[in-house]
Design a protein around this ligand. Structure first.
Ligand code: NAD
Length: 342
């Protein structure tokens, strides 16, 4: 049976990069696609960033592919007005997405676009697995005139499920990042990860690293990492730090996975209103998000690898969109990648 995918083009450059992604899927196999308005586009049509109908459609799909949302048209400080990002939060919550996966794999053709020296980043191929629904971002908040607090809480179950995602994604090694020398939640984190490792994944190497040390190692020897697993706030910061290794935001895909339901796959970048409508958006992060969807969402590893290698080879052959210092527009970039698909 054909895999059923809900596509959410969203706003700004979103529809411009979703169109070639849909074309790419058509070249790879038989996929049943269902498009829904989302974010600002949905606010314009229905007054809300995520309708019940769209959420139900996403829940019933095998995977959800999102481009980007947001833009100046919907920017507002009025809390009563709907905002595009509410769609993202609603979707994450509605689909129970607790794991955010961000691969960082600088492509050889773009080594010199990185702020780090080529010899530092050569061969880097790591995955940051961030816990997405717990920790200090979601704990109780208090505020008085002269003090404030944010509670950081984790349960054994929350830690176990994110650690399992990380061990399953690892090829050789998991680096669990915490602050166990000072935080009680980190001491529980370390204990739970250690126990799960012994019980279910003894064949994977496990290492515990303090977050300050991990931040240093990410820039001094990124090659050293395979999978990094960490809690919500550490993951937020480390995944952005790791992203800089690749040098361009137009290249980074991400996946958010939940329990039994579909995963959500999207580029890390936003809707780029400054270049929307010009036909120059880089579609590669979107293509690499399709690859993540094929691999982690639909179990189609060889199709995923085919997309990644077509992107690699297109870049090696000289493809550069304006954000990478070249002149190829979105359509030309897409055609170049298609020409390298095997
Ligand atoms: P952005 O990622 O949209 O853009 C940052 C810079 O990178 C811009 O100069 C843009 O032109 C460039 N850029 C981004 N993607 C590109 C691509 N594929 N090709 C070429 N250049 C690209 O971030 P921003 O400007 O801070 O935010 C713009 C809007 O996007 C805001 O409304 C923000 O809320 C929203 N946003 C949405 C998401 C999402 O949908 N997940 C994520 C981040 C920001």
């Amino acid at each position: 049976m054909a895999h059923h995918i809900v596509t959410l083009p969203g706003d700004g450059i979103g529809p411009e990069i979703m169109a070639p992604a849909v074309e790419l899927l058509a070249k790879l196999g038989d996929f049943e696609l269902e498009e829904h308005p989302f974010g600002g586009a949905s606010i314009d049509m229905h007054g809300t960033a995520l309708t019940d109908e769209t959420l139900q459609a996403c829940k019933a799909a095998d995977a959800v592919l999102l481009a980007a949302v947001g833009g100046p048209k919907w920017d507002t400080t009025d809390p009563a007005k709907p905002r595009p990002e509410q769609g993202l939060l609603g979707l994450r919550k509605g689909l129970g997405l607790y794991a955010n996966l961000r691969p960082v794999r600088p492509l050889p053709a773009l080594y010199d676009a990185s702020p780090l020296r080529r010899e530092r980043i050569e061969g880097t191929d790591l995955l940051v697995v961030r816990e997405l629904t717990g920790g200090i971002y979601f704990g109780e908040k208090t505020r008085t005139a002269d003090a404030a607090s944010d509670l950081c809480e984790y349960t054994v179950e929350e830690i176990e499920r994110i650690a399992r995602t990380a061990f399953q994604a690892a090829r050789s090694k998991v680096c669990s990042v915490d602050k166990a020398n000072v935080l009680e939640t980190s001491r529980l984190w370390r204990e739970v990860v250690t126990n799960l490792h012994a019980r279910e994944f003894p064949h994977v190497e496990l290492e515990h690293v303090l977050v300050d040390n991990a931040a240093m190692q990410l820039v001094s020897s990124p090659r050293h990492f395979d999978v990094i697993v960490t809690e919500n706030m550490f993951g937020d910061i480390l995944s952005d730090e790791a992203a800089m290794i690749t040098g361009s935001i137009g290249m980074l895909p991400s996946a958010s996975l939940g329990g039994d339901g579909p995963g959500l796959f999207e580029p890390v970048h936003g809707s780029a209103p400054d270049i929307a409508g010009q036909g120059i958006a880089n579609p590669l992060a979107m293509f690499l998000s399709v690859a993540l969807m094929l691999r982690h969402g639909l179990g189609l590893e060889s199709e995923a690898a085919a997309v990644e290698s077509a992107v690699d080879r297109a870049l090696a052959a000289g493809l550069r969109t304006p954000d990478l210092g070249g002149e190829a527009g979105t359509a030309q970039a897409a055609q170049t990648v298609f020409a390298h698909l095997e």
